[in-house]
Design a protein around this ligand. Structure first.
Ligand code: OOB
Length: 573
């Protein structure tokens, strides 16, 4: 086993794929490793323990084979059963020629097969690219091409959407894609179930990339976030410890498990790491979720703020017994103090705020934190080795307690997006800090309060929408000359999207329905379709001639409150 497989490369540099004598790819081409001295520090402090996810699953299955690992509807899978399922899928994939270093786009909802495939890929040393269930052609084709995926794993039909049709388009548009594997009725594709071949011993290097997470993004299409075994195993283990997960933990995954929060913060992997049970569902409405929580005696779950508020309201009339619940994590978007209070009033002192990101850094309010901290802050960094800087626009530290831009680096925060040299040059400082794009303030106790953001991203109740991506897509509409997408405040989701559109001379700008149909047709995920469309004769510009997003955000706010675009803000009317 090669313990230290990374060479030292600066942020933004490409590291070459390294091939061992046996032909395994050790470091994915296009990933930026941690510098040697930091890697050594993270190992010395016991954060990085040289674990791989394949060895972890085997160790769990050996330690308690008969305990329940996963529950889905009426199905219960023991740890031994999960390991056997992963082995079966690994044999299947090996039979198709999927091998160490290959990337596989995994787009499955919250079903046990997600984890069977995830761990099968770990077995093979192949790398899952975790697409969200709501991603559509635009995102999927991009993810397949960017990762040069050889396979794409989908359900047959999920929530009325036929993934086999999307897969057929992906096969046409992503040249490297060789296999589509379907859970359920395969249609023209390959069933995930089926015969396979022996699995060759895979690579066993903890500093290899274990998975690629998809970023919420701020520019154009989503980016890929390489997470190594060392860093993600630490992410999971430290989160499980902080959240006091143990063998009696019953974690309900109601958010998509392809998202970092429900996967590893501590999520399903945290529950498994602790020897507990994970219950999978994608029905987060309170009727279904509460019934499941009562049935399974769920002790912990994670929600985005809008769902947390809906659940809090539902406790007024719901009769389910939720007394087993000890931890209710809320994160992904800002939870206002008054909403935090509502959640706390409804569920008792089980609320935990989580401020995290797929890129790494996680902040949790501690389970025994004073109520004031839980209501008013978004938590404290998970690791003693998380380095935090709060800076102004020139990267100068702001005085303590002042709001500024959050920069971070640490043992589980990426050093570069996958194959994104140009973006990496600005997304990181020269000394490797990730520019989160979030505006925060640090309290004297070291807790962070998220005050806003500098990045152009709309946070639609936890679903991240990159303004640039929607703008790019809308610009393809034949009647659209120019466009700018901004957030509008929304009581439930926190924010919704508003697209300002300037029509081409003589053309009529598309209305909301037409724009929505157009964007869906182009394969954009449905949650990225603008909630509002407003027409302008021209976009306002700043002194240097850039689109004035500040003015547009203000205008969108006024319009949402009942004004008119032409009266209030169109500079040329
Ligand atoms: C989580 O991850 P992502 O990658 O979908 O989104 C990260 C961004 C952050 O940069 C921040 O802008 C926002 O989402 N965010 C919050 C927040 N938690 C995330 N903004 C305000 N308050 C919070 N509590 O969203 C994520 C990943 C792991 C755990 C939890 C959330």
């Amino acid at each position: 086993m090669v313990f230290i497989s990374y060479n030292t490369f600066g942020a933004g540099n490409k590291s070459p794929a390294r091939t061992s004598q046996k032909g395994w790819i050790h470091v994915l081409d296009g990933c930026t490793p941690w510098p040697d001295e930091l890697a050594a520090r993270y190992r010395a402090s016991g954060h990085w323990r040289g674990e791989t996810f394949d060895r972890l699953l085997r160790a769990w299955a050996r330690a308690h084979p008969h305990r329940t690992a996963l529950v889905h509807r009426e199905r219960r899978l023991s740890y031994a059963g999960l390991e056997a399922a992963a082995d079966r899928v690994a044999r299947r994939l090996a039979g198709l020629g999927i091998a160490a270093g290959d990337r596989v786009v995994l787009q499955l909802p919250n079903i046990p097969e997600f984890f069977a495939v995830f761990f099968a890929l770990q077995r093979l040393g192949a790398v899952p690219v975790l697409a969200l269930p709501l991603h559509r052609r635009s995102e999927i084709v991009h993810l397949c091409r960017l990762s040069e995926a050889v396979a794409y794993v989908v359900p047959d039909v999920h929530q009325g959407f036929d993934h086999r049709e999307l897969a057929a388009e992906a096969l046409k548009e992503a040249p490297g894609l060789r296999h589509v594997l379907v859970v359920g009725d395969p249609g023209p594709h390959t069933p995930l179930d089926g015969p396979g071949t022996d699995v060759p011993a895979g690579p066993d290097d903890p500093s290899d990339v274990a998975l690629l997470l998809v970023s919420g993004g701020t520019t154009g299409l989503p980016k890929l976030i390489p997470r190594t075994h060392d860093d993600y195993a630490y992410n999971v283990r430290a989160s499980a410890e902080t959240c006091r997960f143990g063998p009696d933990t019953v974690y309900l995954a109601a958010l998509p498990v392809a998202h970092n929060f429900a996967l590893g913060c501590p999520g399903v992997l945290g529950a498994l790491h602790a020897g507990g049970t994970a219950v999978l569902t994608d029905e987060p409405d309170p009727d279904a979720a509460f019934a499941l929580m009562e049935r399974e005696r769920v002790t912990a779950t994670a929600l985005v703020p809008p769902t947390a508020r809906i659940w809090a309201a539902a406790t007024e009339w719901a009769e389910a017994d939720l007394t087993a619940l000890r931890l209710l994590q809320v994160g992904g978007a800002r939870l206002l103090p008054e909403h935090a209070q509502q959640v706390r009033d409804a569920f008792g002192p089980v609320l935990q705020q989580v401020f995290g990101m797929a890129e790494g850094l996680l902040n949790y309010t501690e389970p025994d934190a004073p109520q004031d901290v839980v209501l008013h802050t978004q938590g404290r960094p998970l690791s003693l080795d998380d380095e935090i800087r709060v800076v102004d626009e020139h990267d100068r530290d702001v005085p303590p307690g002042t709001t500024g831009r959050l920069l971070t680096r640490g043992p589980y925060t990426l050093r570069g997006y996958y194959r994104a040299d140009e973006h990496n040059a600005t997304a990181f400082t020269a000394d490797g800090y990730y520019r989160t794009g979030d505006l925060v303030r640090r309290t004297p106790t070291g807790h962070l309060v998220v005050e806003g953001r500098v990045k152009e991203q709309i946070n639609r109740g936890g679903d991240k929408v990159a303004a640039a991506e929607v703008e790019e897509q809308l610009a393809h509409h034949p009647a659209v000359l120019d466009t700018a997408v901004v957030p509008v405040p929304d009581d439930l989701l926190g924010e919704r999207t508003c697209a300002f559109v300037v029509p081409r001379p003589g053309a009529t700008a598309p209305g909301r329905n037409e724009a929505a149909a157009f964007l869906r047709e182009r394969g954009l995920a449905p949650y990225k379709v603008p909630d509002r469309i407003e027409t302008l004769d021209a976009l306002p510009v700043t002194a240097v001639g850039k689109t004035d997003k500040k003015a547009l955000t203000e205008l969108a706010r006024k319009l949402a409150a009942g004004g008119s675009a032409r009266k209030e803000g169109n500079p040329r009317s």
